[in-house]
Design a protein around this ligand. Sequence first.
Ligand SMILES: C[S@@+](CC[C@H](N)C(=O)[O-])C[C@H]1O[C@@H](n2cnc3c(N)ncnc32)[C@H](O)[C@@H]1O
Length: 267
Amino acid sequence: MSDTPDVPSRLNTGVAHNARVWNYWIGGKDNYEVDQQVGEHVAGMFPIIRAIARADRDFLGRAVRYLAAERGVRQFLDIGTGLPTVDNTHEIAQRIAPDARIVYVDNDPIVLAHARTLLTSTREGVTDYIDADVHDPAAILERATRTLDFTKPVAVMMLGILNFVLDYDKARDIVRQVLAAVPSGSFLVLTHPTFDDALGGAGQIPAMKFWNENATPPITARSGTDIAAFFDGLELLEPGLVSCSQWHADSDSPGAVPQFGAVAVKP
Ligand SMILES: C[S@@+](CC[C@H](N)C(=O)[O-])C[C@H]1O[C@@H](n2cnc3c(N)ncnc32)[C@H](O)[C@@H]1O
């Protein structure tokens, strides 16, 4: 893990930060007054946001369980980790496969400050944390090779992160670079907010405008067509690109939310 002495100087409690507001929406305690105020304001404009955040976390749980249990995945690269919560990727994966190896990546100082919670690996497995920006996939890959064996399949997890890469071509390039580094049989697990009205997404346009004027980092949503193109060259697993709440849904899953989710395999 990176050294943490610079965390206090990097923690800006005067501006709402995504990792902390996301934590607020899913009912966590690792957030400040400014995060709560902005989180409440966004929820007032776009009430389904809390259900989206929970549906996204539940999708993460179902996808990791499926990949570890049904597809034998033992390595996970979780980019845009978020603050530790009840079930983090390594806890879900290592419950099924104690030898699973997980590398977390985030660039928010609050996630770095709490990263120790992400590093409580089983004895048989490994966890690591990289303090890095998704815009620099080469640096992430270089550092991840210390923990992950890139000759064996890796599940690349990009949940709610490419929406912070505002340039679409750059976002696609990041996915291409990371997937180019992993072998055949690797997976891409992705969630992404959408403006598509089929999922009720148009309502988040004013809320995202408010976010971009009052919080950080700036965010965008995308059409289902643009999100589907992140999977070019990969094979989407059933049921394809759907509301993340409906991917391998169980009886507790809510209805559709304007957040696409999918899992694909590299052929
Ligand atoms: C919406 S949260 C999603 C958290 C988690 N993946 C989930 O699905 O619950 C997005 C996370 O991405 C991180 N993030 C935003 N921009 C980033 C960047 N440029 N580089 C790395 N992480 C970033 C934020 O700090 C935050 O923790």
